[in-house]
Design a protein around this ligand. Structure first.
Ligand code: KG4
Ligand code: ZN
Length: 336
């Protein structure tokens, strides 16, 4: 059998990324140009600046990915690209670029769902992992509990009703003055704090056992900080970070274990930027071990946005014969 090489492009938020993947499972190159330094100046991602940075970076990033892989465009079998969800102007850069390459080189074009990509990051590091499995997807824009029934086929069990888990991390980090991006900063501060110091609410949605809500928890943190300021009481930011992080972890573990029990799932796959959180991984690993559930997560560099995961997802669509038309467009609110 002949090897299949996918060139993948990702530009949905603030990373410009390209990768070359062999047979959907093997990373030949994985280039990520992060815009964190740029957006840190504004305390968060500025969409127009992100688009402008993508347009500057995309060709060099793709060139680097091809050269790291030792491949030319002629040796690539298909181009995979994220077409949603994400920031529309950011997505358009990657989509237009992928279309131009596919058109000029007469290569098949595959449109990839960003969230499916996050899940597929696990396929790159766990060669034996095959669907069906339960997945917990926790990123800056999304929090989903789903079953991946087959490659590219999801059954959504639950989702957040308000903030995404990563969004909550980012907002709380800003409130305690840790800055952007919040997740890694909270994780670091939490290591020096007491997770039992403050009891923040672990919100539940009545009648929806697999849904999430993080806005009450986030408000409770803000109220705690405001009250302390009013009373001129000193706040230990490490305790706030640790207690908040613990509350998020408790909720995520609870929902994932409830779904695994109810639906008799013996594999749990963690995905998305928040999956980089060491304390969350430890808590899920322990909970899974107790229940004899096999637990999978990507290494940190494949948790946050990258193109390798998009290449892994694109491969399966390519093998099924799926092709995007020349009318492929960015879909900022694309559903899973
Ligand atoms: O998946 P991702 O890179 O982008 C989206 O698709 O949204 O996720 C980014 C999110 C941000 O909210 C960031 O704060 C969070 O992932 N994150 C973390 C950690 N690293 C990144 N959250 C908690 N702990 C971390 N170590
Ligand atoms: Zn992402």
């Amino acid at each position: 059998e002949q090897d299949v090489y996918v060139l993948a492009v990702e530009s949905s938020c603030d990373e410009t990324a390209a990768a070359v993947i062999r047979n959907g499972r093997e990373i030949l190159s994985n280039v990520i140009s992060s815009q964190i330094a740029l957006h840190t100046l504004y305390g968060g991602v500025v969409p127009e600046l992100a688009s402008r940075k993508h347009i500057e970076n995309i060709n060099p990033v793709i060139e680097q990915a091809l050269s790291d892989a030792g491949k030319t465009l002629d040796e690539i079998d298909a181009i995979g690209v994220t077409y949603g969800p994400g920031l529309v102007g950011a997505l358009l850069v990657g989509v237009a670029e992928a279309k131009a390459i596919a058109y000029a080189k007469k290569k098949p074009l595959i449109g990839v769902h960003h969230i499916e990509g996050h899940v597929c990051a696990n396929l790159l590091e766990h060669p034996d992992l095959k669907p069906p499995f339960l997945c917990l997807i926790v990123s800056g824009g999304h929090t989903h509990l789903a079953i991946m029934k087959d490659y590219g086929e999801f059954e959504i069990l639950g989702r957040t009703r308000d903030d995404a888990a990563g969004e909550a991390f980012d907002k709380v980090a800003r409130a305690i003055g840790l800055g952007y991006p919040g997740g890694p900063k909270i994780e670091k501060a939490a290591r020096e704090g007491d997770p039992k110091a403050i009891d923040f609410p672990r919100g539940k949605i009545d009648g929806s056992p697999y849904d999430f809500t993080f806005s009450g928890m986030k408000s409770a943190v803000l109220n705690y900080l405001n009250q302390a300021a009013m009373m001129k009481k000193e706040v230990n930011p490490n305790d706030v970070a640790a207690s908040f992080q613990q509350a998020v972890i408790d909720v995520l573990v609870d929902r994932a274990m409830t779904a695994a029990r109810d639906l008799h799932q013996d594999k749990l796959v963690l995905a998305g930027g928040v999956a980089a959180n060491g304390a969350l991984r430890e808590a899920l690993a322990a909970a899974c071990k107790k229940r004899k559930i096999e637990f999978y997560h990507p290494s940190p560099i494949l948790c946050t946005d990258n193109a390798a995961m998009i290449g892994a997802a694109a491969y399966y669509h390519y093998m099924k014969g799926e092709r995007a038309g020349w009318d492929l467009n960015a879909v900022p609110g694309l559903k899973l």
